[in-house]
Write a protein that binds this ligand. Structure first.
Ligand code: PLP
Length: 425
């Protein structure tokens, strides 16, 4: 870091300011976390220099014998952790992992059945603005309007009607467990590949806190930076029969040279996931999410689908009025929380009457605060702070809420010791 600070004070200032921002507020974005100093050290290493197109032992460049070891170790750890037949650690991101998985099984114009974004799915599951909706015939399922759980009858009906080549389960705002066996049965009935995008919850699977999709799915894609707590990136796990197709699709079809520093960092993270304390962390992530959800329900924010089994909750604000008597939207709630140092995001709820840019909901997640060591009683405090912040029409309570935030993060500092490689001295 000294080299950066000496040469480029502007950018080193950005790095330090971001660390201060992370430490100074409550980070409740469900897809974020604080990765470890060990992972950060691998990310900031000279492995970034190496071109290594291909796979270990089968590269298109010389001098890959050292970086090969990182990828081999990472793959072996991934196989052990997930009981997987095949692991590919090369996708640069979650979207790239999904692109590679689709590329292995689909041709342009083929039919893909995925969850609609406004119901909790992801952009890459068939949304019109994404390659997944532009290049494929994307059919979308959602949740039942009453239960707000995935509507498996609708999934089956759409599968029978449209005969998709691939069915994808998973998403970005699904608080409840997914019935992988039900999806497998539907996929088998129509002869579809069954893919699970486990980006959000793979860390809970790694920590053995929720059931694994790996035995059910042909292919599981995920990001490595959410609950899992690794570096920003993607990965794919699949059955041995699909290994060749997946590897060829990740490289050379969709990507060029792999990011060897990121792959090494993924390997470090997978070692962390194999430690017994990781399972304690994963269970606490869920316990905290449930405590936070109960606290927010007590503040009048209705949990979509009645609560959470995972690391995130989606809260319906349509019954919430502020101190000026106005209804609170997701956009307003996000801004009021932000002003007090509580970082969360507005989120569409299923059947949302508001446009996505306004939204009737907010999404909260417990991974970051759990990594900081917070527990259920802290979640109750956070819920109360959020309840105050979102109703505070004139900003008269912002300073009080901000003081409450400082107290919580002061008692559970992010990146305490050892400091990460880029910390303030
Ligand atoms: N899949 C799901 C379910 C996600 O939630 C996300 C990101 O939030 C992605 C894929 C895309 O990951 P990335 O942003 O790394 O491309």
């Amino acid at each position: 870091f000294d080299a950066l600070a000496d040469f480029d004070p502007e950018i080193s200032g950005v790095v330090l300011d971001e660390l201060d921002r992370l430490r100074g507020g409550l980070q409740l974005i469900a897809s974020e976390n604080f990765t470890s100093p060990a992972v950060l050290a691998a990310l900031g290493s000279t492995l970034s220099n190496k071109y290594a197109e291909g796979y270990p032992g089968r590269r298109y460049y010389g001098g890959c014998e050292v970086v090969d070891r990182a990828e081999e170790i990472g793959i072996a750890r991934g196989k052990e952790l997930f009981g997987a037949e095949h692991v590919n650690l090369q996708p640069h991101s979650g979207a790239s992992a999904n692109l590679a998985a689709y590329g292995a099984f689909l041709q342009p114009g083929d039919t893909l059945l995925g969850m609609a974004l406004p119901h909790g799915g992801h952009l890459t599951h068939g949304t019109k603005v994404s390659f997944s909706g532009k290049w494929f015939n994307a059919v979308q399922y959602g949740v039942d309007e009453t239960t707000e759980h995935i509507d498996y009858d609708q999934v089956r009906d759409l599968a029978r009607e449209h005969r998709p080549k691939l069915i994808v389960a998973g998403g970005s705002a699904i608080p409840r467990l997914i019935d992988f066996a039900a999806f497998r049965e539907i996929a088998d009935e129509v002869g579809a590949i069954f893919m699970v995008d486990a980006a959000h919850f793979i860390g809970l699977v790694a920590g053995k806190a929720i059931p694994s999709p790996v035995p059910y799915a042909d292919v599981v894609t995920f990001t490595t930076h959410k609950v899992l707590r690794g570096p920003r990136g993607g990965a794919i796990v699949c059955k041995a029969e699909h290994a060749k197709a997946i590897d060829k699709s990740a490289f050379p079809m969709m990507q060029g040279g792999p990011l060897m520093h990121a792959i090494a960092a993924k390997a470090v993270n997978l070692k962390e996931c194999l430690q017994p304390e990781y399972q304690t962390y994963a269970r606490q992530v869920i316990t905290n999410a449930q405590a936070l959800t109960e606290g927010l329900a007590a503040e009048g924010l209705r949990p979509v689908a009645g609560g959470t089994d995972t690391h995130l909750a989606l809260l319906d604000l349509r019954q919430v009025t502020d101190t000026a008597g106005e209804l609170v939207t997701g956009k307003v709630a996000e801004a009021r929380c932000d002003a007090a140092g509580i970082v969360l995001n507005k989120n569409a709820i299923p059947f949302d009457p508001q446009p996505a840019s306004v939204a009737s909901g907010v999404r909260v997640g417990s991974p970051s605060v759990t990594t900081q060591g917070m527990v259920e009683s802290d979640m109750k405090s956070i819920a109360s702070l959020i309840g105050t912040a979102i109703r505070d029409a004139d900003g008269s309570r912002t300073a009080d809420v901000a003081a409450g935030v400082r107290e919580l993060v002061g008692a559970h500092p992010a990146y305490p010791h050892p400091a990460p490689p880029n910390a303030h001295p």
